[in-house]
Each structure stands twice: as structure tokens, then as C-alpha cells.
Design a protein around this ligand. Structure first.
Ligand SMILES: Nc1ncnc2c1ncn2[C@@H]1O[C@H](COP(=O)(O)OP(=O)(O)OP(=O)(O)O)[C@@H](O)[C@H]1O
Length: 330
């Protein structure tokens, strides 16, 4: 049976200085070996949730359980968290004067020197940083430092790894590799990863479970594909897929039969095709995205976006027929 490694119960943390900030009454469970991504717009409370879960911030109320044992807050113990939980924050907390190898090895005890050496070498290999072993932290790029910080956090039999913006320092190429590394490490070691990212694409790509946070509240939780296709809030559809949002009248004008106040669709749900029920739009702009293009389309003052895979098929100032094949009602 799947075991809950982390349980968060009615967790609340408000900051005294600002109104309606922090997190409010958040509850969820995490199964061992999952990758969980906390997603939300800037200021929604993602970092606050992660830091309170780890025990870096004192909760106002509620609790966090690690395998059924309460994670103690900063007022209850000197070293936050639980010894099998580690956090990598955006400042990495590395010893900048020490070498990469020593930064990682220092997390292990000296009782078995051979095992310490083997574990450190294996972890460096896992994160593709063996070639940096003898370099000082000050000689590394931000992305390299991030890898060392993750290796350091994982090396000591860590069961739960919390990552605050793990891809903030890396370029697109490295980001893809680091994402793949995290997936591989989870598969190899069974570690549970809880990460915060401002880029929802990270969560869609990596996570087994997404936690959607809005204004400090947990608004939806589930598998990425399910949440993408069945968002319970317009906020989520906008965040995950840059969804188009139309009011009732705008929807009717486009020939969409609905009773809903608002309809929402992702650009890829708007089909460019000639059909009896499709409407003519003017192409206002074309955004090149690599293997596809996004079209900004206008009809009677209403703007929508659609995708075309064969670039150049429709150009600026062309007229195209669009059929909103699928949409969500709110
Ligand atoms: N130390 C603090 N004192 C007062 N208010 C704070 C503090 N830290 C965060 N806040 C406020 O709490 C809210 C949530 O902040 P938090 O950093 O958790 O959001 P976030 O979702 O991680 O944002 P971002 O994606 O921009 O990092 C924000 O309104 C923020 O201004």
C-alpha cells in the first residue's frame, strides 16, 4: 500500500506585517517516492508553504507530519526540519571556500571513511558534477552550484527533498538536464521531492502531483494532466496553459452555445479549419515559438489565441476560420 510520507494538516502561517499574506488552512498528503510541485502566481504563498513544512518558519496553527511524527518548528529545536528531510533554498547554503567534494562529503559522518568516499563519488556522478570535484564553490556557475547543493542535500540518506525554485539559476539546456536528473534520481533512490517553481511548465513536466496555490489557499490538487484538462478555477487554466477567457456575450458572438458566465479554452483547442460552425478571424500577430506559432486573432473586437504547427500557413493580416472545438465553462 502507498504510504504517506508527509501529511500537512490545516497549516496556517500569516505574516504580521502584511495583510492576507502567507498560507491559510492548507491540508494534503504526499505519498513516498512522488515528485510534487507547488504552483501558483508570484506572492501566492509557495515559498511560505515549503519553508513552514520544513520547520524553517513557525506555523501559527496546524502541523506537518513526517511518517506520522510532527516536524518541529524553529522555536522547538535548533536545527530545523527532520534529519531525513533536506531543503535547497535559493541561496544554496554552500561552504563557498571549500571544494565541491568536501561540500558534499561533509554531510556524512566519519565513522566509515570508505563508505563516505563512495557515497560522495556516486552522488557527484548522479548529478554530473564529478569533473568539478576539486573546484571551489566560488569557481562555479550558478547552475553548477545548484547541482552541488542538490547533491549535498541528497547524499545523507535523505528521504524528502524540498527544492525552492530549483531551476532559477540555469539556462534552458541545463534546465532540461536538471529536470531529467531529478526524475532519474527519484526513480533510482525513491526519494520524495517537493518543489516550488514559478514556471508551471516545470510542474507539468516533472510532477506526479500538482498543488495549486492561490492567495495562500490550496485550490486544487491532482495529477498534472488531469488538472490541466479539468481546472476548477480560471486562475489555474491561465497559469498552466495561458488560457483564453471569454465572457458569456463574447462566447455567444463566436457561436459558442453556452449558459456559462465565462468560458475558457487553451490556444491549442481552437481549431483553424473551414467548417459550417467556424467563424472568420483576422490574424493580428504571429508569434514564432520554435516548432509552432501562436496566432493572435481578432473578431468583432474579441481577441483569442490559437496554435499553428506548420509555420507560415497563416500570416499577419490573413483571415482564418476558427472553430472552438473544446472549452470549459465557469
Ligand atoms: N517575511 C515576510 N514578511 C512579510 N510578508 C511576507 C514575508 N515573506 C512573504 N511575505 C508575503 O507573503 C505572501 C506569500 O509570499 P511567498 O514568498 O510565500 O510567495 P511565493 O508564491 O513563493 O512568491 P514568489 O513566486 O514571488 O517567490 C506575499 O504576499 C509576500 O509578500
Amino acid at each position: 500500500m502507498d504510504e504517506n510520507i508527509i501529511s500537512v494538516r490545516a497549516l496556517t502561517k500569516q505574516y504580521q506585517t502584511s495583510q492576507a499574506s502567507g498560507i491559510n488552512d492548507i491540508s494534503f498528503d504526499i505519498v513516498s517516492g512522488q515528485i510534487v510541485a507547488i504552483i501558483g502566481e508570484s506572492g501566492s504563498g509557495k515559498s511560505t508553504l515549503l519553508k513552514t513544512m520544513f520547520g524553517l518558519l513557525k506555523a501559527d496553527s496546524g502541523e506537518v507530519l513526517y511518517r506520522g511524527n510532527r516536524v518541529l518548528g524553529p522555536d522547538e529545536q535548533l536545527i530545523p526540519g527532520h534529519k531525513e528531510m533536506k531543503i535547497v533554498t535559493q541561496d544554496f547554503s554552500l561552504n563557498i571556500y571549500a571544494k565541491v567534494y568536501d561540500n558534499i562529503a561533509s554531510m556524512l559522518s566519519n565513522t566509515d571513511v570508505k563508505s563516505k568516499q563512495e557515497k560522495t563519488i556516486a552522488m557527484m556522478e548522479h548529478l554530473h558534477i564529478s569533473h568539478l570535484s576539486q573546484k571551489k564553490i566560488t569557481e562555479l556557475s550558478g547552475g553548477e552550484q545548484q547541482r552541488v547543493a542538490i547533491a549535498r542535500a541528497l547524499v545523507s540518506d535523505t528521504q524528502v527533498l524540498l527544492l525552492d525554485e530549483p531551476f532559477s539559476q540555469v539556462d534552458a539546456l541545463l534546465k532540461n538536464q536538471l529536470r531529467a536528473d531529478i526524475k532519474r534520481i527519484v526513480a533510482d533512490t525513491g526519494v520524495t521531492v517537493i518543489m516550488v517553481s514559478h514556471d508551471p511548465a516545470d510542474g507539468l513536466f516533472l510532477a506526479d502531483k500538482l498543488l495549486l496555490i492561490q492567495d495562500g489557499k490550496l485550490i486544487q490538487i491532482g495529477k498534472p494532466e488531469y488538472i490541466y484538462n479539468n481546472p476548477e478555477h480560471i486562475y489555474t487554466a491561465r497559469l498552466l496553459g495561458n488560457a483564453v477567457v471569454l465572457n458569456h456575450q463574447q462566447a455567444l458572438d463566436l457561436g459558442i452555445h453556452t449558459k456559462a458566465e465565462t468560458i475558457v479554452f487553451y490556444p491549442e483547442w481552437a481549431e483553424l479549419k473551414n467548417a459550417w460552425n467556424s467563424k472568420r478571424f483576422a490574424v493580428k500577430d504571429v508569434y514564432y515559438k520554435g516548432f509552432y506559432e501562436e496566432l493572435l486573432l481578432e473578431r468583432n473586437g474579441v481577441l483569442i489565441r490559437a496554435i499553428q504547427l506548420n509555420s507560415g500557413t497563416h500570416k499577419k493580416n490573413d483571415h482564418v476560420q476558427v472553430n472552438i472545438g473544446r472549452f470549459l465553462e465557469f
